[in-house]
Ligand binder design. Structure first.
Ligand code: PMP
Length: 411
C-alpha cells in the first residue's frame, strides 16, 4: 500500500467516523488480518502484537473461531429462553472466584458491567459516593466517564479520587489514602457506596506490588459501609500469571467483580459477578435484561476462551514468559538509565520513562520496526506492554531488542 493510498483510506474514514476517534501512531497502520501474536497490514508486513490484551489466547485462535461459527450456525438468542451456554459459562466463571460470589450477570462491554456495579452498590448501601484512582479508566457511559479521570473528564458529583501508589513502597499508604478520602467524602455529607479499582492499575501506570496492598483499602471501604468493586477488565483471564483474576494476588474478596475485554478473545462479551449481600437489594427493586448480554454465540466464544486458557496452560505461560520479559527489561534498564522502573506482573508490564514525549517517541519507533506497544500512566509517560498470553520467549526477545534499540536512538 503506498503512502497516498493509506492517506486516502484514512481520509475516507475521517469523513464518516466521528471526530472523537483516534488512530494509534503518528503513522497509522492499515490492518487486514492477524494470527497468534502477529498482526498484518495491507502490504503483508507483520507486527509483533505486544499491546492488545483482548485477543488473550492469540488473534483468531481456531478454537474460538470454530466455536463461534458452529454456534452462530445453530442458534443465537438471548437469555429469556432456557439455553445451556449462559448457565455453563456462569458455572465455569463462579468456579474461579471465592464462594462468596454467587451470581453472574452478562453484559456486552466492561462499561456496562461497571455501570451495573455502580447501580448495585448504590442499592445495596443506600450511599452515592464512590472512590476511584486519579488515573482511573472504567468505561464509556455518562456515569463512568465521571469516574474515569484519565480521559480528562471532570469527576462526577459524589466521585472522589485517590492517588494510585507510585511504587511498591508507596503502596503501603494506599489504605490510609482511601481512609482519608472517605473522611473527605463524609465531610461533604455524602454516604459511601463503593471503591472501584482496576486491580492492576493499568491506566495509572501498572501498579502490581507488593501483593496484598489492596487489603487495607478494601477493609476501609467495608468499615465505611461501602462495597469493593474489582474491575478485572484489564488483569482478568490470567494476564497476571497468578491465577485468573488480579484481585486474587491481594488476598481479598470483592463484593462485585467486573470483566470484559479478553473474555471473548475479541467477541463482545462481558460480565459482573456479585455476592448475594451485594445483589440482594438491587434484585428486589429491579429486573435486568441486556438484549445481547449472554447471547448464545457470545457464551460459546467465552467458553472457548476458558477452555483454551486451560488446555494451553496460558496462565503458566503468562507467569513464565512475563517473568523472563520483566527480567530482560530490567537488564536493559541497567544499560539505559532513562528507564526509571519496570513494574507489573505476568504479561502486564509498565516501563516508566522520564516523560510523555519520550514514551510517545519509543512507541512510534517500535511501530516503525514492527512491534506494537502503547503508553500508560496519568502522564502517559510509561510504556504499556500487554501481549496476547501465547507469546513465547523468542518473541519476548525481539520485543526487548527493539525497546533497547529505540531507547538508544535519538528523538
Ligand atoms: N475498565 C477498565 C479497567 C478498562 O480498561 C476498560 C476498557 N479499556 C473498561 C473498564 C471499559 O470496557 P469496555 O471498553 O469494554 O466498555
Amino acid at each position: 500500500m503506498t503512502n497516498s493510498s493509506l492517506q486516502s483510506a484514512v481520509s475516507r474514514r475521517q469523513r464518516v467516523l466521528a471526530p472523537t476517534y483516534r488512530l494509534f501512531y503518528s503513522d497509522p497502520i492499515h490492518m487486514v488480518r492477524a494470527e497468534g501474536v502477529w498482526m498484518y497490514d495491507a502490504d503483508g508486513r507483520r507486527y509483533l502484537d505486544a499491546y492488545n490484551n483482548v485477543p488473550v489466547v492469540g488473534h483468531c485462535h481456531p478454537a474460538v473461531v470454530s466455536r463461534i461459527a458452529e454456534q452462530a450456525a445453530r442458534l443465537n438468542t438471548h437469555t429469556r429462553y432456557m439455553t445451556d451456554g449462559p448457565v455453563e459459562l456462569a458455572e465455569r466463571l463462579l468456579a474461579t472466584v471465592p464462594t462468596e460470589l454467587t451470581s453472574v450477570t452478562f453484559t456486552c462491554t466492561g462499561s456496562e458491567a461497571n455501570d451495573l456495579a455502580v447501580r448495585i452498590s448504590k442499592a445495596a448501601t443506600g450511599g452515592t459516593g464512590f472512590i476511584v484512582t486519579s488515573g482511573a479508566y472504567h468505561g464509556t457511559t455518562e456515569t463512568l466517564s465521571g469516574m474515569s479521570p484519565v480521559t480528562g473528564s471532570a469527576t462526577a458529583p459524589g466521585v472522589f479520587t485517590v492517588a494510585a501508589p507510585v511504587d511498591a513502597q508507596d503502596a503501603g499508604n494506599f489504605g490510609a489514602r482511601v481512609d482519608e478520602c472517605l473522611q473527605r467524602m463524609r465531610k461533604t455529607g455524602i454516604k459511601p457506596a463503593g471503591l472501584l479499582v482496576d486491580t492492576i492499575f493499568g491506566s495509572d501506570g501498572v501498579i502490581s506490588h507488593p501483593e496484598g496492598f489492596l487489603r487495607p483499602a478494601v477493609e476501609a471501604i467495608h468499615r465505611a459501609g461501602g462495597l469493593f468493586i474489582a474491575d478485572e477488565v484489564q488483569p482478568g483471564f490470567g494476564r497476571t500469571g497468578a491465577g485468573m483474576w488480579g484481585f486474587a494476588r491481594h488476598g481479598i474478596v470483592p463484593d462485585l467483580v467486573t470483566m470484559g475485554k479478553p473474555m471473548g478473545n475479541g467477541h463482545p462479551v462481558a460480565a459482573l459477578l456479585a455476592s448475594d449481600r451485594a445483589m440482594h437489594k438491587f434484585a428486589e427493586q429491579h429486573r435486568y435484561f441486556n438484549t445481547f448480554g449472554g447471547n448464545t454465540v457470545s457464551c460459546a466464544a467465552a467458553l472457548a476462551v476458558l477452555d483454551t486458557i486451560e488446555r494451553e496452560r496460558l496462565i503458566d505461560n503468562a507467569r513464565e514468559v512475563g517473568e523472563y520479559l520483566a527480567q530482560s527489561l530490567r537488564a536493559v534498564a541497567t544499560r539505559c538509565p532513562e528507564i526509571r522502573a519496570v513494574r507489573g506482573v505476568g504479561l502486564f508490564i509498565g516501563v516508566q520513562l522520564e516523560s510523555r514525549d519520550r514514551a510517545t517517541y519509543i512507541v512510534n519507533a517500535l511501530r516503525r520496526n514492527g512491534v506494537l506497544i502503547g503508553a500508560s500512566g496519568s502522564a502517559f509517560d510509561a510504556l504499556k506492554i500487554r501481549p496476547p498470553l501465547v507469546i513465547r520467549r523468542e518473541q519476548a526477545d525481539l520485543l526487548v531488542k527493539e525497546v533497547e534499540q529505540a531507547l538508544r536512538s535519538d528523538t
